[in-house]
Ligand binder design. Structure first.
Ligand code: NAD
Ligand code: ZN
Length: 370
């Protein structure tokens, strides 16, 4: 299946299916401007999928060299970036040499930024290998690195020539990473696609169990959703709605991630799962949605054993601390605390005037201490 992404100055396909890494050469040879590429990947993905991938490039006469970075968020650092571009330039890079990112969102964000900045921009290809990167980060053109002051503060919008989302890659993905990616799929349904949410209620367990057909269908639906949002609001400039809605549950999620120092104890998608429940509770507390909405979302997450509610954590968190993180997170965006709220399944909207006392109340009811 192919999900086309059509933007003002650029169009490309997100190809979803099995065997894409194995046949990558056949997909890429016709569209690379030069039969040369550099592949950026991480150690785990290199061990699992790089040999097949490189063999496939070689078969079609693409001369490629792989650069392997350590696993984890630490590779989205300025120092790692500096070392990587120096290594790539030392190896030899021309304006038409393609940068290929093979890996999860970390590799995608890093390789995309490398592609956007090397020689002021070289062709870029994304081969996302986690569920999260297949449904979320590989579609939309955001690339970036972390700075000392915060996550994703250095970056560029840069679109790939093609995205190959290989279902086979997900076969090696640990369940915990599938859970994390699945939270973003549920999010997509909640924002604007009630049919997707109902599909999740019926098929979510199969997705988390790694059923290939269910995974492909989930990726197709979530990619189509994200592509639609991005096509309407490529650079997140729409005053309301648009791309901002993708942050449903994320104010809470980022605060939780900050509390755990982004250190891997809590994955982004796990934080999003909890954040979705909290966003629903806040929508109910503010009178925008009925209690049944909150109950339905909570029931779905808990039925699958997803993180839901602050009882997920061993010890109670501090509401004041979490709100402090939210304020800081938001200030960097627009100087105001805005939240994405729900009226119903598939009906999200943004609000700029949420009373922080109500947020405190929701956090306390969910299990926070003052
Ligand atoms: P990740 O890239 O760190 O991958 C998670 C783990 O899975 C890593 O240990 C990785 O080595 C491993 N892995 C990857 N593919 C595998 C496979 N096929 N089999 C087994 N293991 C595999 O994390 P992620 O969750 O994919 O992405 C998170 C990153 O994405 C964050 O840095 C976040 O900021 C970014 N992100 C970007 C956007 C965007 O729009 N650009 C959107 C959402 C998230
Ligand atoms: Zn997210």
């Amino acid at each position: 299946v192919t999900v086309p992404v059509t933007l003002d100055h650029h169009r490309y396909d997100v190809v979803i299916g099995a065997g894409l890494i194995e046949r990558a050469g056949a997909w890429l040879a016709p569209i690379l401007p030069q039969k040369r590429a550099v592949v950026i990947t991480d150690e785990t993905v290199a061990a699992l999928h790089l040999p097949r991938f490189m063999a496939s490039l070689e078969e079609t006469g693409i001369d490629a060299r792989a650069f392997v970075v350590p696993v984890g968020e630490g590779s989205k650092s300025l120092s790692r970036y500096a070392r990587l571009v120096d290594d790539i330039l030392a190896h030899g890079m021309e304006r038409k040499t393609t940068v290929i990112g093979l890996g999860g969102g970390v590799v995608g964000d890093l390789s995309g930024f490398v592609a956007s900045s090397l020689l002021r921009g070289v062709p870029f290809v994304q081969i996302p290998t986690t569920l999260l990167s297949q449904v979320d980060s590989s579609v939309g053109g955001k690339t970036g690195l972390n700075a000392s002051s915060g996550k994703n503060l250095v970056g560029a919008f840069y679109q790939p020539r093609i995205v190959l989302a290989d279902g086979d890659a997900l076969a090696t993905l640990p369940r915990r990473q599938r859970v994390a990616g699945y939270a973003e799929i549920v999010k997509a349904g909640l924002i604007a696609d009630p049919e997707l949410f109902s599909w999740c209620e019926a098929n979510g367990a199969r997705v988390l169990d790694g059923d290939p057909a269910a995974l492909t269908e989930a990726v197709r639906r979530a990619c189509a959703f994200k592509a639609r949002v991005v096509m309407e609001d490529e650079r997140e400039t729409a005053a309301r709605d648009g791309r901002a809605l993708l942050n449903l549950g994320h104010s809470f999620a980022h605060a939780l991630e900050a509390h755990f120092n982004y250190d891997g104890r809590l994955l982004h998608g796990e934080a999003v799962s909890i954040g979705l429940g909290l966003a629903a509770s806040l929508s109910v507390a503010l009178g925008h949605a009925r209690q049944e909405l909150g109950d339905r979302i909570d029931r779905h997450l808990r039925m699958l054993g997803m993180p839901a509610g602050l009882d997920w954590f061993d010890a109670p968190l501090s509401a004041r601390e979490l709100i402090g993180y939210m304020a800081r997170d938001k200030k960097m965006q627009d100087g105001r605390l805005s939240f994405v709220l729900l009226r119903d399944i598939g009906a999200a909207f943004t609000s700029n005037d949420v009373d922080m006392d109500r947020v405190t109340e929701v956090l306390r009811r969910a299990g926070c201490e003052a």
